[in-house]
Design a binder for this molecule. Structure first.
Ligand code: NAP
Length: 252
């Protein structure tokens, strides 16, 4: 019997796969059988080691997603090496913190350009490729609790992640009947570089932990199961959904 969660023979592009959630997802996809294209600014040394140790193919594509300029080369390099592109995980992202009254245009643009603009145009480029394949494809956007909630002191991040949730639904509407599944994972509070400042703030850290029913912060590996599900044929009838992987945060 074929395993609907198997990613054997599939090619997955994961942005920001050198660390944190992107690394956790890249390794989980490789464990399920996928070959990995890691896209980002920093060499994904650890991720490469983990993926190749599993016997999967690995390609590193250096790209700064602060602009859309590297996007065509990402698709070209993937197809040149592996001949196809089945899965895109739009994970690269950053956060800037300041009170709304002091929020600068630089803090707005830096976040929105990577988290929203490049994510959309990479999905567009991957979608064009997938639409030309008889086997379709899977696009997974990494959203946030701030795709549902307002947050505080993170105006551009909230705008980007709320926007990404909307784009997930829009792309699903346009591509669901064409063999492409577009969905999102909304991580809760996960121990990564992104949340280092939050975890260092004793008061905020205690308040956050007190609201998590699971009683602990998440780890990058906690996102693996949802990513494999959304990347595999097990989710073929799932379109435009946000799956919260949050230790129960939203249920509170
Ligand atoms: P992280 O450890 O800081 O990872 C962020 C990744 O994005 C890194 O690989 C980083 O590369 C990459 N990146 C940032 N700017 C980039 C750019 N201009 N070009 C290319 N790559 C860039 O944080 P993380 O928590 O794993 O974040 C991954 C995603 O999860 C983000 O979209 C974040 O918003 C989202 N998320 C995180 C949490 C959480 O609690 N941690 C919760 C919800 C959503 P460098 O290493 O080179 O900087």
């Amino acid at each position: 019997m074929t395993n609907p969660f198997s990613l054997s023979g599939r090619i997955a592009v994961v942005t920001g796969a050198n660390t944190g959630i992107g690394q956790g997802i890249a390794i989980a996809l490789a464990e399920a059988g996928a070959d990995i294209v890691a896209v980002g600014r920093t060499p994904p040394v650890e991720t490469e080691k983990a993926v190749t140790a599993l016997g999967r193919g690995f390609l590193s594509v250096e790209a700064d997603l602060a602009t859309t300029a590297p996007i065509p080369a990402i698709i070209d390099a993937t197809v040149a090496r592996f001949g196809r592109l089945d899965i895109l995980v739009n994970n690269a992202g950053l956060i800037r913190r300041a009170d709304a009254v002091d929020f600068t245009e630089d803090d707005w643009d830096a976040v929105v350009d990577v988290n929203l603009k490049s994510a959309f145009f990479l999905a567009q480029a991957a979608g064009r490729r997938m639409l030309g394949q008889t086997t379709g494809g899977k696009i997974i956007n990494i959203a946030s609790m701030l795709s549902y909630q307002g947050g505080i002191r993170v105006a551009s991040y909230t705008a980007s992640k709320s926007g990404l949730a909307g784009l997930t639904r829009l792309l699903a509407n346009e591509w669901a009947a064409k063999g492409i599944n577009v969905n999102a994972i909304a991580p809760g509070y996960i121990e990564t570089n992104n949340t280092e400042a939050l975890r260092a703030d004793e008061g905020r850290s205690r308040d956050i932990l007190a609201r998590i029913p699971a009683g602990r912060w998440g780890r990058p590996s906690d996102l693996g199961g949802a990513a494999v599900f959304l990347a595999s044929s097990a989710s073929d009838y799932v379109h435009g959904s946000l799956i919260a992987v949050d230790g129960g945060w939203l249920a509170r």
